[in-house]
Design a protein around this ligand. Sequence first.
Ligand code: NAP
Length: 328
Amino acid sequence: MAIAPFNYPVNLSASKIAPALIGGNVVMFKPPTQGSISGLLLAQAFAEAGLPAGVFNTITGRGSEIGDYIIEHKEVNYINFTGSTPIGERIGKLAGMRPIMLELGGKDAAVVLEDADLEHAAKQIVGGAYSYSGQRCTAIKRVIVMESVADKLAALLQAEVEKLTVGDPFDNADITPVIDHASADFIWGLIEDAQEKGASALTEIKREANLIWPALFDHVTLDMKVAWEEPFGPVLPIIRVTSLEEAIQICNQSEFGLQSSVFTNDFPKAFEIAEKLEVGTVHINNKTQRGPDNFPFLGVKGSGAGVQGIRYSIEAMTQVKSIVFDVK
Ligand code: NAP
């Protein structure tokens, strides 16, 4: 059973379906409702490629209505899911003894040390945080910066965010409406909470329907929701710290463990930090992102279970059986 989210409805479906088929499995695919046309076109492409009837099957319908039925169906012997953490947890419980692969939400941090190339870090962070209007599991969702370079980094981030264009995707704007009003309301709630609790907005805070202007907040404190929750929208909090230990502690305090970035020119230290971060992948001097499909891709803690990637996915969806033949 392959279930994909709305934000990459083709890639995150194909990266489940193709390895499953290569492993000799029959696949049932449920596309996201808000990406179902893309999902159906993908299914059509598989059919045109000549797969025998019944080997690849597509079922549409709202997850909230058909989800439990398709997950609990007795013919389903593996569930490969990408989506939010609460739905992943529900699927995990319903799966029982059946194996699952879960790729879930994140709260990826960019940790910026005193010796980092700040201009480079600011460009990477803004690209990582705001592309797809922040609707990426691996978007940078918090900046954790050493106090001594925080003013400079904040000014550089602000200058980069000001370059982003806002508007219609057909005009190739950088920041476009988020997927729906419910999502915009949730993001706006995080923004209002940060404002009420005293975060300093470095950008214009503005919303029209489900279009939210890129929001950058400095002096975010740990009592603010935006420090911990996944906005899945164009909002970036800056949290200032005074030691490396504090930075690592805040990173690891998150319920999520998808990816992190570390910006520094001290490479031994970068590897030392990478080892301590409770995440699936650490990028040194680059934004958090999903790599080519053959790279291992995984989340730990609330960000998932199992490892995706062509080889890893084929192995995960292949049932091993030993037959021991004794010749007398
Ligand atoms: P979502 O609401 O969890 O939905 C994901 C998929 O699950 C959709 O196809 C959805 O169908 C289906 N679904 C919903 N309820 C279900 C249920 N009870 N049983 C079975 N399936 C159910 O997530 P989303 O809003 O589409 O995507 C955003 C989330 O995905 C974010 O948290 C993001 O971080 C995460 N994500 C993670 C990765 C990763 O690789 N780690 C990649 C991309 C996105 P409907 O569309 O019909 O509701």
